[in-house]
Design a protein. Structure first.
Lengths: 75, 387
């Protein structure tokens, strides 16, 4: 997964990140769970990287099921 | 009868034993190959630990028909969960309602709040431990904040009319908190249908998990009104010195008992594999056999509603002329039967059924017992009576 073509989902807690992982896995959307890049947040938890082209289906899958703090580019 | 010296464990209302193989296996597997802190780092072992906890949250949410699994919080037992629900919510001037069949896990935190200016109404129950929902309805006042009620008594097993009282609480806008320590895993619970706002459960009884596990479900939005009783590190929002306001982190400070939670999850998987109805049916049959047998011994006084269908697998009795401790000791030493004498941490329930302060001998059955074990207990009680 090339960081340039990816976005990350930021959450308030790792529980939300792991629930998201479960939901994305269930929908077959490629993703990777990574430590939160320090320039994005001072949080010590995990976030989820996915292809920018999948943004719509990611949002559809998570709608109403997970609280997303932010969606942003990695760079 | 039990001449082989086999242990007959009938203290399942305290802690279930034995546990399914899967419970021990899940705990060993976690310890061997994961072992890290969940939610505190991005490395694979920490993430795997987080996945173990998340899977367990999902299992608990399925067991209680909870829609959002992040509304399930883990604590060390039902007592901690109830303390959060009581001490975290109530303020001086509030009025609360409970029953005369409660365990001290509800009664003591409520008595403590009473000293701080909370008004407490204890609904009397019948000598068989039963409660009339209309009595609750009549007791609700303008300042009634919450109803705290056991799902089933740990002394008589009597099942409370939870769904009826839930409906009353919902209609009157009163928070409804249920102590499911004696029922979670063996009596079906639907938090939506039963209008339960907070459901406290423990992992070490009918859920077949280890000691040191438990938790609660909390309805959406109630976290704004319930303060945590413990704050600290959660792995989330580490930049802030203010405690998180979202679930489950709000009530889960410090490194959780992941090894125990892994065991709890395996316990729920075991329940799923057998079927909660099958477990209940077997326990009900054993309980009915035990009750019938005890009823036929004239020197025995049996407590509770007398109908296995309206209670859990908990049977309280006394033998005339014998102290409950004496009976329990003889059952252990002579017949290898584990029971629990005395008040079982529920003085209120014993006042209700008329056995305060002598208490009763409590036999609490479980899924792993068989008909032969019941016969062995009945044989033992008969021998004690003949002495």
């Amino acid at each position: 997964m090339d960081a340039k073509t990816c976005l990350v989902l930021l959450f308030d807690s790792t529980s939300e990140a792991l629930l998201t992982e479960k939901l994305l896995k269930g929908s077959g959307i490629p993703h990777k769970i990574i430590p939160v890049p320090r320039h994005l947040s001072s949080d010590c938890g995990a976030c989820i990287q996915f292809l920018a082209s999948d943004k719509e289906s990611v949002c559809e899958t998570l709608d109403g099921r997970v609280d997303i703090r932010d969606i942003c580019p990695i760079g | 009868m039990n001449l082989m010296g086999k242990i007959i464990y009938m203290d399942n209302a305290a802690t279930s034993w034995p546990k399914p193989e899967g419970t021990m296996k899940a705990m060993a597997e976690y310890s061997h190959s994961i072992g890290a802190s969940p939610g505190r780092s991005g490395h694979r072992m920490s993430l795997d630990a987080g996945r173990v906890v998340l899977d367990a949250r999902e299992s608990v949410s399925e067991l209680f028909c909870v829609k959002n699994l992040l509304r399930v919080v883990f604590t060390k037992n039902a007592t901690e969960a109830l303390n959060i629900a009581i001490a975290g919510l109530l303020m001086p001037g509030d009025h609360v309602i409970t029953s005369g069949m409660e365990h001290n896990s509800v009664m003591r935190p409520l008595r403590l709040m009473e000293k701080k200016g909370v008004e407490l109404s204890i609904i009397p129950c019948s000598p068989s431990g039963e409660m009339n929902p209309e009595d609750v309805s009549r007791c609700i006042k303008k300042n009634t904040r919450a109803i705290y009620l056991t799902h089933a008594s740990n002394v008589t097993g009597t099942i409370m009319p939870i769904a009826d009282i839930g409906k009353i609480a919902r209609e009157k806008g009163v928070i409804f908190c249920v102590d499911a320590a004696q029922t979670a895993g063996v009596i079906p619970i639907d938090v939506e249908e039963m209008c339960i706002d907070i459901l406290a459960f423990t992992g070490h009884k009918s859920i077949f998990g280890p000691q040191g596990t438990g938790g609660f479900y909390m309805t959406e939005g109630l976290e704004k009104e319930v303060c945590p009783i413990m704050t600290g590190g959660t792995g989330s929002r580490s930049e802030s010195e203010e405690h998180p306001d979202f679930l489950p982190d709000r009530y889960e400070s410090g490194t959780p008992n992941v090894i125990g939670i892994a065991g709890l999850n395996a316990g729920i998987r075991f329940i799923r594999s057998i079927g909660i109805e099958t477990i209940r049916k077997k326990e009900l049959k054993l309980t009915a056999t035990l009750m019938e047998g005890l009823k036929s011994i004239p020197e025995v006084t049996l407590y509770g509603c007398g109908d296995a269908k309206r209670q859990t697998a908990v049977v309280s009795f006394n033998i005339s002329g014998m102290d409950s401790s004496e009976v329990a000791m003889a059952l252990d030493e002579k017949f290898h039967i584990m029971s629990r004498p005395g008040l079982q941490c529920s003085p209120a329930a014993h006042r209700t059924i008329g056995t305060f302060s002598a208490g009763t001998v409590r036999l609490s059955l479980g899924y792993f017992l068989e008909k032969d074990d019941i016969q062995a207990v009945l044989f033992a009680v008969q021998k004690l009576v003949q002495r």
